[in-house]
Design a protein around this ligand. Sequence first.
Ligand code: SF4
Ligand code: SF4
Length: 295
Amino acid sequence: MIRLAVISGKGGTGKTMITAALAHLQTKSLVLADCDVDAANLELVLRPTLIRTEPFMGMKAAVIDPALCVQCGECTEHCRFAAVDFDSNGYHVNPLRCEGCAICAYVCPATAISMQPRQTGEIRYSATEHGPLVHARLVPGAGNSGLLVHAVKKLAQEENPDRDLFLIDGPPGTGCPLISTISGVDHVLIVTEPSVSGLHDLKRVVAVSRQFHPRIAVAINRFDLDPALSETIKTWCQAGNIPVIGMIPFDAAVIASVRNGVPVTADGSSPAAQAIQILASNLEREWENDTDTRN
Ligand code: SF4
Ligand code: SF4
């Protein structure tokens, strides 16, 4: 199984649009994962049919037993996250602020505090016309999105070991969810755009990706909005031996496809769709080169 994560240094680069189009163009058998769990929207384009859900249990949170609490206030005093409130009902923990450090349970003289599992999200297993899709929802305000990404990837691979390609729509940025996404993948495709911040974020995401040793390739979306800056990005990539395998022009067809909830390649005649077809062919070559290198 080839594992490909489509990622970007920041949001709004067109990463999900490209992931959906690559899924649409695939001739390989496919399993998909939406690892952008804080803003999952691959489903808006691929229109999955939900098959089942399972709860995602994040880190444990403190719970105070009011029957045992002697109202000494030690927990409030020692909580670094201001997660213990006191009101007319006594002391209680705000689960949205609790970081699960268990200090309060340690200092409580009445053993009134226990650490208990809490549901912080939901994992969804769905079917699309391109293959199974594993996606997720995080409870608003809940953390642990890196752990949820890990759970999404694990389920997708465990349930579909015979698929040829594991295609991941990754999160933007370089934080914990990104690290969880690219850990263990063979290839990353970084989608960037010709802007000063786009180049800055590209450099950061390349630096993080290199720690995990995948083959890295770059696609420049809306390259024609600033051809000079696109050339600068290409030059920077060439200097770092990173192939630029996609140059996608600005195209109103992309906006229309997102609005209609279909991959932009569904109508293959638009300039963006044709550019993504070239990108998909170049990706195939990347995979062949990788196989040659390994053999
Ligand atoms: S430390 Fe324990 S006994 Fe003291 S207020 Fe907190 S829960 Fe109650
Ligand atoms: S577990 Fe840590 S963060 Fe949560 S309430 Fe206790 S001291 Fe505060």
